[in-house]
Design a binder for this molecule. Structure first.
Ligand code: HEM
Length: 415
């Protein structure tokens, strides 16, 4: 039920948001008995929304736009400036089509094959290591595969440093103090490095002919102009960074396999449909992006509430994936639920909602699923390992979330 939102000035709630980013919107919405409410975040009046109906509203491009919507702290760490996330209208559709052109079966298979090769190589290295920090290792192997896939030259010796820079840009988004500053620095460093590469691709088009780097370097907006070098670098980062970020979901998948030995057995024994359901449930269950931000494009009224032009609005992604009206016993990890899921665009939104081509929904969603299936296959069928005692807690204030130990394994053996 959508009741009229709470109105009027309230105290700034930035601190409660930072302390519990995944539950902030959902908890308040339940307490207020309304799927939409207004608050003040970073001193700005902000509307928060949850539920599938709100998601459908949020992804209507006539009502909400992205230009200037993302908080500055996200622009200078996670997203970079002037990338596809901040575009609207025709220019967004065209730029989005470029990203979607990478996500056909062939492109995805190529990356999955490269990643598979690196999984095999790493497993044989892990056999010789006393302990393996899975999150770190998988981040690196995905970085290596993403480098090869995109044509970004990445000698093996540079992989740990480049992975660390990419991770810092992701971590900085939700961090305070040092974590935030490291994120800003990593973003500047990453953009400079990739700007150099875009220049190189423009000077040597044949060398980058068939690569993602070449495609982005050559890309022209509907006006006909090449992207400014810095913007092209941001878009290349927009492919590399989230591919490395899939390591978080892989870590969550490893946690879920550990917590549910019966799922581990079922997958190890070759139940293919279950692999897909398991991966989907990992994406639903574990916290990654708490919410997304947009701005009201033109004034409108919804359920009796007036949305003035320019009002910042947050959509509760994590809350929708845990909404008891949409998911039976949402706080239980039950992959079987996806055997019956009807593929709705607005009820399962770990990577955004709506249409991939028309709106801002993550273009990398299918790729993420492919890479996660590969990882789950590798973890269950290509290797055995032990999970020693460790601190797997995830502090509620930490977004994006990650277990304290980063998931340690030992006694790794191939096969
Ligand atoms: C957008 C999540 C993987 C590229 C998004 C959005 C979310 C998201 C929540 C915003 C949706 C919105 O604004 O409405 C994730 C998660 C991933 C992931 C949790 C798992 C690691 C990927 C991959 C790629 C990618 C693998 C590319 C290789 C992008 C791009 C956008 C985006 C370019 C901006 C799209 C737009 O604004 O139109 N992602 N993503 N993501 N993602 Fe992902």
């Amino acid at each position: 039920p959508v009741a009229a939102p709470r109105k009027g000035p309230v105290l700034d709630e930035t601190l409660p948001l930072l302390l519990d980013p995944y539950r902030f919107i959902g908890d308040r919405a339940r307490r207020l008995g309304s799927d939409v409410f207004e608050t003040r975040l970073m001193l700005r009046r902000t509307v928060c929304m949850t539920g599938a109906e709100a998601a459908e509203l949020f992804y209507d491009p006539e009502l909400f736009v992205r230009h200037g919507a993302a908080p500055r702290r996200l622009q200078v760490t996670l997203f970079g400036r002037n990338g596809v996330q901040a575009l609207d209208g025709e220019i967004h559709l065209a730029r989005k089509a470029m990203f979607m052109s990478l996500m056909g079966r062939e492109g995805r298979d190529r990356l999955t094959e490269l990643a598979g090769r690196h999984w095999r190589e790493r497993i044989s290295q892990w056999e010789r290591m006393p302990q393996v920090v899975l999150y770190e290792e998988v981040s690196r192997l995905l970085c290596q595969a993403a480098g090869e896939w995109t044509g970004v030259p990445l000698p093996p010796a540079r992989v740990p440093a480049v992975t660390a820079t990419i991770q810092a840009a992701i971590e900085g988004a939700g961090g305070l103090g040092a974590r935030y500053l490291r994120g800003r620095y990593a973003r500047i460093k990453g953009d400079l490095w990739l700007s150099g590469l875009i220049r190189c691709a423009r000077d040597n088009p044949r060398r980058f002919d068939d690569t993602v780097t070449g495609l982005i370097a050559r890309y022209r907006d509907p006006g006909g102009a090449l992207l400014p070098v810095r913007t092209a670098a941001v878009e290349l980062h927009n492919v590399l960074r989230p591919t490395v970020a899939v390591a978080r979901f892989v870590t969550f998948a490893a946690m879920a396999l550990h917590a549910n030995p019966e799922h581990y057995e079922r997958i190890r024994e070759g139940d293919e449909p279950f692999v897909e359901h398991f991966v989907q449930e990992v994406r639903r269950f574990y916290p990654f992006f708490p919410f997304v931000a947009a701005k009201v494009a033109r004034p409108f009224t919804w359920h009796g509430e007036h949305f003035p032009e320019g009002r910042r609005t947050l959509l509760d992604l994590h809350g929708i994936d845990h909404d008891p009206r949409l998911w039976d016993r949402p706080d239980e990890f039950r992959p079987e639920r996806f055997a019956e899921w009807d593929g709705g665009e607005y009820d399962f939104v770990p990577q955004g909602g709506g249409d991939h081509y028309e709106g801002h929904r993550c273009p990398g969603e299918w790729l993420t699923i492919d890479l996660m299936k590969l990882a789950v296959t590798a973890l269950t069928r290509w290797m055995t390992y032990r999970v020693p005692a460790q601190d797997l807690r995830m502090p509620p204030w930490r977004a994006p979330a990650i277990p304290n130990s980063r998931f340690v394994i030992d006694q790794v053996a191939a096969g």
